[in-house]
Design a protein around this ligand. Structure first.
Ligand SMILES: [Zn+2]
Ligand SMILES: [Zn+2]
Length: 424
């Protein structure tokens, strides 16, 4: 607890930041407000919340902020900036600017600091000054900027989405834009969802109805397999019972399909915990390590690579097993696992649970270069956890992934073919 003091997972900080923004938007004189900083960049670990507000009457906004429920105490207060501690000790800074300064302030406080410094250098080359006071010309006059895209254009650069704005990001000249990042509107369905058949709290019917309500075309169920006794893993008879219910529900849906999968444990020797004929009967298999975490790197790598090379393993689940701010991943050589996935045509999961975000986006970048494709999997154990998709999307976007890199962007008919490809 001491070590992780004042650090939060994205899943804890982002919804709080959104609530504060909602509250700010209700105040008189507020024109625009948005979450900036590390949350907007989609980082997996957050130290504080940054919010940028365009307001015509800053004093009344500050008064409203001080009266907001959930504030523990004020840390600092100066003109245009209020920093407070919220009741869960999350620190929140609100930057208040006038409406014409908003876009530059949003870019500036989204960061990262190193990335903004590069933009500032580029501004200098264009005879402009970019700093916390905004964008000014050589006469010291404020330059009006409509939005962040216009600012990039003014700097003769290609636009970069917030998730891409990290210290190491290179500036790209105008006309040399990267491909558009995968977006929530590209998503046609998700995989790796648990139900009450194993350790989920949502029934199969409820999870499917929620997915359909989101406008998705399919939902990939993957309950725990029989070795995962602690998670009520499915015995073969239960697999068959679940299959009958899936068939029944599918018969009632004209425009939606439940795909029958399983999250099969990778046993310490790298084999899976069902015989091949059972594995072959699933639409897809997510293979995950849930036991014997303490194997040394050589054994763990051999174990996972063997599973990846299994023709029935469609996807590798949470490849490192890390739980953010709680436990490190197991010792495993990711370059070897990624190479095996690329060679065998095994999809790598971006486990979108905000506790996991595994495979890490930094490794996703490397895996993409090797030709790996990904599935964003919410690992939902309840209807509300389908929302985990947003955290996985943030990671995918940080990794620079496009719709082509993510199988969840495929239509139902395409996905059925894709899931069969490896075992054929
Ligand atoms: Zn798992
Ligand atoms: Zn799972």
């Amino acid at each position: 607890m001491k070590k992780n003091h004042s650090q939060f997972i994205l899943g804890d900080a982002w919804p709080v930041a959104e609530l504060v923004v909602e509250y700010i938007k209700l105040q008189p004189g507020v024109k625009q407000a948005a979450v900036a900083g590390t949350i907007r960049r989609g980082l997996e670990i957050i130290r504080d919340i940054d919010i940028v507000v365009a307001a015509s009457s800053p004093d009344s906004l500050v008064a409203a902020m001080l009266a907001m429920q959930g504030i523990n105490h004020v840390i600092s207060q100066e003109v245009g900036r209020l920093t407070v501690s919220l009741i869960n000790s999350l620190v929140c800074t609100v930057y208040i600017v006038s409406p014409h300064e908003y876009s530059v302030a949003l870019l500036y406080y989204t960061g990262s600091a190193g990335y903004v410094a590069k933009l500032a250098e580029q501004a200098t080359r264009q005879g402009l000054t970019l700093d916390s006071a905004g964008l000014t010309n050589q006469q010291g006059e404020q330059v009006a900027v409509k939005d962040e895209r216009s600012l990039y254009a003014m700097l003769k650069l290609s636009y970069v989405e917030p998730e891409g704005r990290e210290d190491e990001t290179e500036l790209r000249p105008a006309g040399d834009a990267a491909e558009p990042l995968v977006a929530v509107s590209d998503i046609r369905g998700v995989f790796h969802v648990h139900t009450t058949y194993s350790d989920g709290v949502g029934s199969l019917a409820d999870m499917a109805a929620a997915a359909r309500q989101r406008g998705w075309q399919y939902l990939g169920i993957a309950d725990h397999s029989r070795t995962a006794v602690y998670a009520r893993g499915l015995r073969t008879e239960t697999v068959m019972a679940q299959r009958r219910e899936i068939d029944k529900l599918n018969a009632a849906y004209p425009d939606f399909a439940i795909l029958a999968g399983i999250e099969s444990d990778i046993l310490p020797n790298g084999s899976l915990d069902y015989p091949d004929e059972i594995l072959a009967s699933f639409d897809f298999v997510v293979a995950s390590v849930h036991s014997a975490f303490r194997q040394n790197e050589t054994d763990m790598t051999r174990r996972i690579v063997r599973a990846v090379n299994n023709r029935y393993v469609t996807m590798l689940g949470h490849p490192t097993g890390r739980i953010l701010l709680r436990r490190k991943g197991y010792a495993v050589s990711l370059p070897e696992v990624i190479r095996a996935a690329a060679h065998s045509g095994t999809i790598i999961e971006i486990n979108a649970s905000p506790y996991r975000l595994d495979l890490d986006w930094r490794w996703c970048r490397i895996a993409k270069e090797q030709g790996v494709v990904f599935a964003i999997n919410p690992d939902a154990h309840a209807v509300g956890e389908l929302e985990h998709l947003r955290y996985g999307l943030a990671s995918a976007r940080k990794a620079g992934l496009t719709a082509n890199d993510i199988i969840n962007t495929c239509s139902l008919s395409e996905i059925i073919e894709i899931l069969k490809r490896k075992r054929q």
